[in-house]
Design a protein around this ligand. Sequence first.
Ligand code: BES
Ligand code: MN
Ligand code: ZN
Length: 494
Amino acid sequence: MNFQLKPLTLAQATTLKTDALVVLVPATLPKDNSALGTLVTQAVRAGELDLGKPGKLLTLWRVPGLVASRVVLVTLGEGQPKHWRLAVTAAAGAVKSAKPKDMAFVLPSADTAQVCALALAVADAHYVYTATKPSAEAARLKTVTLGVPDVKMAQNALAQAKARVAGVTLAREWGNRPANHATPEHLAKVAESLTRLGPIQCQVMGPREVKRLGMGSFEAVAQGSENALRFIVLRYQGAAKTVAPTVLVGKGITFDTGGISLKPGAGMDEMKFDMCGAASVLGTFRALADLRPAVNVVGLIPACENMPDGRALKPGDVVTSMSGQTIEVLNTDAEGRLILCDALTYAERFKPAAVIDIATLTGACVIALGSVRSGMFATQDDLAQALLTAGEQSLDLCWRMPLDDEYADGLKSNFADVANVGDRSAGAVTAAKFLQRFSGQFPWAHLDIAGTAWKSGGAKGATGRPVGLLLSYLLGQQSEPKLAKKSVSRRTQA
Ligand code: BES
Ligand code: MN
Ligand code: ZN
C-alpha cells in the first residue's frame, strides 16, 4: 500500500479521479461552496450526518458534479485520534466490497497522531494476506492519497505513519503465516533481512550455541521438535554506543501443541500465533530502520516449536536455566516462560536501561482483559507509566497488573528452585512472577499479549499489536540532551 500526500481542498476533491473518495467531516464545518462542500452542508442540514458522533457514514455513488465513482462522508466527532481511527475504519469498511485500487481522503487537519491513526486504520482494514493465498492479491488496495491542507507540514507525520504501517504489517504478516511457513529458521531469515534496511545488526544462534550458553530451559522446550531452535539477536544503534539500550524480548513459539501436556484439538491451529511476541519485535525493528530514532535497541527472540515426541520434555522433568536456577516443569504447556527466562538472563550482558518482554503467554490474560488491552507488568513505576502513556498515544492500549510476592507462593517446588506453574488462579500473574525471578539485574516489564495479538472467528488473523505501543515507547526514550541543546540555541538566538 502506497501513501501519498496531495494538497486537496473540498473544491479540488470535486474533480479528483479515484475509486473511492472519503471526506472526513469535522464537528465544525468549513465554509465551502464547491459541489462537495455543498453536499456535506446539505447532508448535515437534512440530518443525514450527525456531526456530534464519530464514524457516522453517508455512502454515495456517482454523485452529479463529482468525478470520483464513490463518495463516503464520515464524521470525526470530537476529533481525537481514536475518533479518526473509528471514522476511517468505518469508511474503509464501507467501500471494501467494491475492491478499490485507489482511495483518497480529504483531511481537515493533519497532525502526526491524526495521520498515523488514519494510515494505520486504512492499512488495517485493507490488509490482504497472500503468502499462502496468492489469489487474494486481486483485492489489494494499491494507492492511498491523503488530501491535506498543507503538504509540507504533513510530511513528517506521513513518514512516521508509513514506518508504523510497515512495522505493524510485517508483524501481522509473520503472525499469520502457518507454522510450516514460519519456522524458527524462517524467523531468523526475516531478522537477517532487516539488516539491509538500516543501522541494524543480526546474529543467529542454533542448538550448539544455545547449549554452550547454558540455556537448558529453552533447549528443553525445543528438544521434541524436528525443526531446530534459533536464538536471534538484533541490534539497532541510533544513539552513541555509551547509551544503555532497551532490550525487547519476543516469545517465538512457532507452534504450541502444549507438548506432552497436549492441548485440546479444537482451535489448536491458533497456536501458530504463539510467535506474535517475536513478530512484534521484528515489526518494531522494521519501523526503527525507517524512523532512525536516537535510541539503542536490542531484540532477542528465542524461537522454537513446542511438540510432543519420544524425546520431548515430560511433566516433572527438572531443567537448569542459564541463570543457574533449576525449574520443575509441571506442565509442558507453560513453555513460553521456559524460553523467555533464558533470554532474560542473556539480556543482562547488554546492561540495559530496561528490558521489555512481549509474549502470548497465558489464556488467563485473555480472561482477565479480553482483546482491548494487553496485560502489563512492571518492576518500576516510571517504566509502567511510560508504557501506559505509549499505549494511549499509539491507540495500542495496555493495563498494569500486580506483582505482589504472595502471587508466587504457588510456584514452590519440592524438587527444584521453582515450578513452572502454580494453581489455576491468577494465571497471568503467576506467569509474570515466574519471569520476574530472572529480571533482577534491570528494570523490567512484561507484556502479555495473548488477548490482543490476534483475532479469532471470521476475522481470524494477527493484529500487529503491540508494535505501535513499543514504537511510541522507544520514540519517547530518545536522548534528552538533543532536545536540551535545541532549546539552548533557540534562547541564544532570541
Ligand atoms: N501460548 C499459550 C497461551 C495462550 C493460550 C494464548 C490460549 C492464547 C490463547 C501458553 O503457552 C500456554 O499454553 N499457557 C498455559 C499456561 C498454563 C499451562 C499454566 C495456559 O494459559 O493455559
Ligand atoms: Mn503453551
Ligand atoms: Zn505458548
